[in-house]
Structures are given as C-alpha cells and as structure tokens.
Design a protein. Structure first.
Length: 109
C-alpha cells in the first residue's frame, strides 16, 4: 500500500516543517508494517512537499496512525496537508489478478 500525502508549506516555515516531517518519519519507523518512507520537495514550486510511505497493508498504516507517538508527530505538519485522497493500492496486484500474471515489470516498481 502506498500513501502520498502532499503539503502546501509557506516558505517562511520550510525549515521547521522539514524538522517536523523528520519526526513523522522517525515515528512511522517505530511502527510495524512500514516498508519505506520518503520526503520530497517540488522542484518547480518550493511550497509543495510530499511524504510518501509504503506499508505492508492498509491495516498496518491505520494502526500506525492510531499510535500516540505518531499522532503527536503528525499533528503540526498534517495541518498543512492538502485535502485529497492519499492512499493507493498496488495496481500491479490488480493487473496480475486480471491477467493471471503474478510478475509485474520491474522497471515500474
């Protein structure tokens, strides 16, 4: 499962926001089921940021969000999150089910 959370951050808050996102990633890393976490900043618009995480499944993600330390870490930065869907399923699993092929192309993973 992939979660892409985008944020709009005023330039004056960028340094504090970066530290806040580091704390979120560290809190997520203590939770079972996290596969990977990546923080990015848009090259064309420096006020756009993203936190991209991969999880073993939706249950692991939801349990992580319910943990007290994660709630504390996400409170400030998630106030700047864009209101849009953020959770995605693995499209290759869906394609493999339909096509009967369990091996997705490696270049897209």
């Amino acid at each position: 499962m992939l979660v892409i959370t985008r944020f709009r951050v005023p330039s004056a808050r960028a340094d504090v926001f970066a530290d806040d996102l580091r704390a979120v990633v560290e809190a997520f890393r203590t939770r079972p089921g996290l596969v990977d976490a990546f923080v990015g900043r848009n090259l064309d618009d420096a006020t756009l940021w993203t936190l991209t995480t991969r999880w073993e499944g939706v249950g692991a993600y939801r349990r992580a969000l319910s943990a007290y330390d994660v709630k504390v870490a996400t409170a400030a930065p998630y106030a700047l999150a864009l209101e849009e869907p953020a959770a995605y399923t693995d499209a290759y699993d869906d394609i493999a089910d339909v096509a009967g092929d369990a091996t997705p192309p490696l270049g897209n993973r």
